[in-house]
Design a protein around this ligand. Structure first.
Ligand code: E4P
Length: 217
């Protein structure tokens, strides 16, 4: 399973990158807006920290404009993946960009049929939003298993990138299903590496060791 950081916060990306498990970064207009900086500047800085796919989302709403904007975003850096929303115009733009050889991440996916259409038009990644489904009392994990089942049935190469991840259990459940990528906030990545018994165990090892050294002296 690949891990992407779901943030445009440079400090978080620098911190996350030191862990060695970060394969890429995803952003969206809300995350870029929080930085208060132009998308080109943020993108170049992220690419200098993480050598892996960086998803940047278009803001246009017609297919023609999305294709033009997508080409501009893709020209920022070879690692840029253009993020396109799963709407009618987005589906057309996806076909246009993918036939030009530009990698596309189809975002705001909430049904397996949306994911099927995205794969059919050549999406490199599809981003089902687990947390936002859970937020409305639907089953986010069910969406992931449905998408994987459909993709496996036809051998689609589109990578299933779980998004809107709220907690480590989302990652575990998706990993058991074989999802290709999890994009996570840094806080979730840090929760994944922690276990109270690890901390208690280490504390005891250290205490025992220091006690044995004191009794020698
Ligand atoms: C990533 O591609 C998505 O934009 C992001 O995971 C959305 O997460 P949220 O539902 O927590 O805003």
């Amino acid at each position: 399973m690949k891990f992407f950081l779901d943030t445009a916060d440079i400090n978080e990306i620098r911190e996350g990158a030191t862990l060695g498990v970060v394969d890429g970064v995803t952003t969206n207009p809300s995350l870029i807006a929080k930085t208060g900086r132009p998308v080109e500047d943020v993108a170049r800085e992220i690419c200098s920290i993480v050598d892996g796919p960086l998803s940047l989302e278009v803001l246009s709403v017609t297919a023609e404009e999305m294709i033009e904007e997508g080409q501009k975003l893709a020209a920022i850096h070879p690692n840029v993946v253009v993020k396109i929303p799963m709407i009618r115009e987005g589906l057309k733009a996806l076909r246009g960009l993918s036939t030009k050889g530009i990698a596309v991440n189809v975002t705001l996916v909430f049904s397996p049929l949306q994911a099927l259409l995205a794969a059919k038009n050549g999406a490199a990644y599809v981003s089902p939003f687990i947390g936002r489904l859970d937020d409305i009392s639907a089953d986010g994990m069910n969406l992931i298993s449905d998408i994987i089942e459909v993709y496996d049935a036809y051998g689609f190469e589109t990578e299933v990138l779980i998004a809107s991840v709220r907690n480590p259990m989302h990652v575990l459940e998706a990993a058991k299903m074989g999802a290709d990528v999890a994009t996570v906030p840094l806080a979730v990545l840090e929760q994944m590496l922690k276990h109270p018994l690890t901390d208690i165990g280490l504390e005891k090892f250290m205490a025992d060791w220091h006690r044995s050294q004191q009794s020698k002296s």
